[in-house]
Design a protein around this ligand. Structure first.
Ligand code: ZN
Length: 292
């Protein structure tokens, strides 16, 4: 019996990464296409898959906000986004119609959390979380093998945090909340304060401790809510040398030994590195293929 072939879509605000795979260790081909207008990008995506022959199912790990309620008439549509032209775009419909297969959908971060649970750093943990700290801050969770959804998907990047005493003046970059976690600790928030990305600032620059101070609060908040066995911190900002250790140490200090497991054991970089997103799309496709 030949293995089923799946289509993978990691849909981001600046690029879509597409792939063809039969399994985690058999990603056969990938391509990046720029996120321009919905018409252009979605046509390029569908055409790329059509040129590669039939797939058993497609998994879409998407930027948000996106409607994930299967009972909604807008299921699979990007909802209100500040990204020009993309509000109301149907991501799933064109794939289903033209590729004639099941399409699994979730947020990019929920998908990445699922991939880490199946194949990465969260294997064996009943409850685990995945965060990306980059252009924005987003989080996903897997509990008992299922990704967490509420009325919509979680928006964990927008929690409130206590200010670092040396960071009281900056207004924050979140267009909705100003100084929420994303508004203080995302890549653009670092550049808005210090003119450079965190990894380009000297190791003794106080920005490292300030950003770690906010991410450590994220960690302990998540420990308080979920008592997760594992938390992956990924994304461009987490590529900064030493940041993961600062976050771990500060979070362990803030946790004060109260939680079931120390942040020093719970918090890691993603086991799948920068492949969590695309392999998340594979996990969604495999699951959609099973349901059909
Ligand atoms: Zn916010």
């Amino acid at each position: 019996m030949t293995k089923p072939i799946y289509g993978l879509v990691e849909a981001g605000g600046t690029k879509f990464v597409l792939g063809i795979a039969s399994g985690k260790d058999d990603v056969r081909e990938t391509v990046r296409i720029p996120t321009t207008t919905p018409d252009e990008t979605i046509r390029a995506m569908v055409d790329w898959f059509l040129a590669r022959g039939p797939v058993a199912a497609v998994g879409v790990a998407s930027f948000g906000p996106i409607d994930l309620d299967p009972a909604s008439t807008r299921y699979g549509h990007i909802t209100e986004t500040p990204k020009p032209h993309w509000s109301g775009t149907d991501l799933v419909g064109p794939l289903k119609a033209r590729l004639k297969c099941q399409v699994g959908l979730d947020t990019d971060v929920n998908a990445a959390a699922l991939a880490e649970y199946l194949w990465g750093a969260a294997q064996g943990h009943r409850t685990s979380l995945y965060f990306t700290v980059g252009t924005g801050v987003g989080g996903g969770a897997v509990i008992g093998g299922k990704t967490l959804r509420g009325l919509s998907h979680p928006e964990m990047g927008h929690i409130r945090v206590t200010r670092h005493p040396h960071d009281l003046k900056f207004a924050g970059t979140c267009p909705f909340h100003g100084d929420c976690l994303e508004g203080l600790a995302s890549g653009p928030a670092v550049i808005a304060r210090w003119g450079k990305s965190l990894s380009d600032l000297p190791a003794d620059h106080e920005a490292h401790d300030i950003i770690a101070h906010y991410l450590a609060q994220l960690v302990v908040s998540m420990q308080a809510v979920f008592e997760p066995g594992q938390i992956s911190l990924g994304g461009g900002v987490m590529g900064t040398a030493g940041l993961i250790h600062r976050v771990r140490d500060m979070a362990a200090g803030l946790g004060a030994g109260y939680f079931a497991s120390s942040a020093k054991e719970v918090v890691t970089l993603p086991g799948l590195g920068d492949r969590s997103g695309l392999l998340g799309a594979l996990a969604l496709a495999m699951s959609a293929g099973k349901d059909s």
